[in-house]
Design a protein around this ligand. Structure first.
Ligand code: 3HC
Length: 330
């Protein structure tokens, strides 16, 4: 398999690797976990920092479209569930920033890169949540897509990342179920409620398919990331699995997936479906989606508004350190 990729995708051949690089690749091929203090190629470290950092940013930016609905949830129970979900996303961000810090990058550096636009976060969070049904669609489709991508990442080669993913996936499953539960309620409600559910599906379907990244032919990192087991599947493989899993769920709700070309293909054992509009995807990840400025603005404001608290913590830490130093000197 690796030898084939060397031929077709230009990966470094074993004979061109240093002995250290070869030993590292052999460990990956044996499914061994790589731990923080162990030697790793610079490219492996860099790719992990990029992917884990973007993943962490996605979790905290992902709080914004849903947080917007906490005060407008239709019942106390729905409000409590949504609050728990949004808090979970903050926790996921924290595990992932902590896991990324084990690679030698600080949380402040990562946040600085989010704020100045030099690091990405998931395209999906640049779309607005216009109605309560959107909160259902986000849980069902967005968290559903996230799980499809993240369950395999529990087996990823970097130890701290794979362990963070175990807890995250458990919580994402609850998020997906709560979203589907909202959709079931809406789809079985009044004609107006069902129309809201259909409208939410119409608007979130293609952006959800885009979450898996560009088609394999345009994916820059997949081949090397898969050779290093940083990624376990290609973008198109996961997108196909997501469509095959989600179409029957839409049918159960009595809703229509907004794709005329969607059809079961017996021969391939999966659905044929229309690709998302990739021009739209590339515009969104370049910063020109419907809500990019609003989302980034909210994150930067939160950071700036928290300056007094960080300063207070630092002053307290410095004071405690000075006090301990004085005690030790006595
Ligand atoms: N949104 C924004 N940028 C994206 C993207 C998306 N949906 N898909 C791809 N990109 C970017 C890549 O980051 C890369 O840009 P870069 O070189 O500047 O970093 C470029 O497009 C080319 O794409 P590749 O396929 O080469 O990139 P990757 O190999 O990194 O694959 C990925 C993209 C599949 C998203 C992969 O990074 C991945 O599996 N990441 C971990 C999971 C993750 O980040 N999930 C975020 C989803 S949301 C979430 O988890 C919150 C939950 O609560 C819902």
């Amino acid at each position: 398999m690796y030898a084939q990729l060397v031929k077709t995708e230009g990966l470094k051949a074993a004979e061109d690797m240093t002995p250290q690089e070869r030993a590292f690749q052999e460990r990956i091929d044996r499914n061994e976990k790589i731990e923080p203090k162990e030697w790793m190629p610079d490219g492996y470290r860099k790719t992990l920092i990029r992917q884990m950092g973007q993943h962490a940013h996605s979790e905290i930016v992902g709080q914004l479209p849903e947080g917007n609905w906490i005060t407008r949830a239709p019942t106390l129970e729905r409000k409590a569930i949504l609050l728990a979900k949004v808090q979970d996303e903050a926790g996921h961000g924290l595990y992932l920033y902590s896991a990324a810090e084990t690679l030698g990058v600080s949380r402040d550096e990562l946040l600085e890169k989010l704020h100045n636009g030099s690091m990405k976060y998931s395209s999906i969070f640049n779309y607005p949540t216009l109605t309560w049904a959107d909160i259902g669609a986000v849980g069902w489709l967005v968290d559903g897509a996230a799980i499809m991508n993240q369950v395999p990442l529990q087996r990823t080669s970097y130890g701290p990342y794979s362990r963070a993913m175990i807890r995250i996936c458990k919580e994402e499953s609850f998020h997906q179920r709560q979203g589907y539960d909202i959709m079931m309620k809406m789809a079985a409600g009044t004609p107006e409620q069902k129309a809201m559910a259909q409208d939410a599906l119409n608007r979130f379907w293609y952006p959800s398919l885009m979450m898996f990244g560009p088609s394999d032919k345009d994916s820059v990192h997949s081949t090397q990331s898969m050779a290093w087991r940083i990624k376990m599947n290609t973008n198109d493989e996961l997108r196909q699995k997501f469509v095959d899993q989600t179409v029957p769920q839409a049918k159960y709700l009595g809703l229509t997936v907004p794709d005329d070309k969607l059809v079961w293909n017996e021969e391939k054992g999966g659905h044929d479906f229309s690709e998302p509009d990739w021009n739209e995807f590339f515009a969104v990840i370049a910063g020109n989606g419907p809500c990019n400025a609003e989302r980034l603005g909210a994150r930067v404001k939160a950071w700036e508004d928290g300056a007094w608290f960080r300063d207070g913590l630092m002053a307290h830490a410095e004071k405690s350190a000075a006090r301990q130093g004085a005690l030790a000197a006595e």
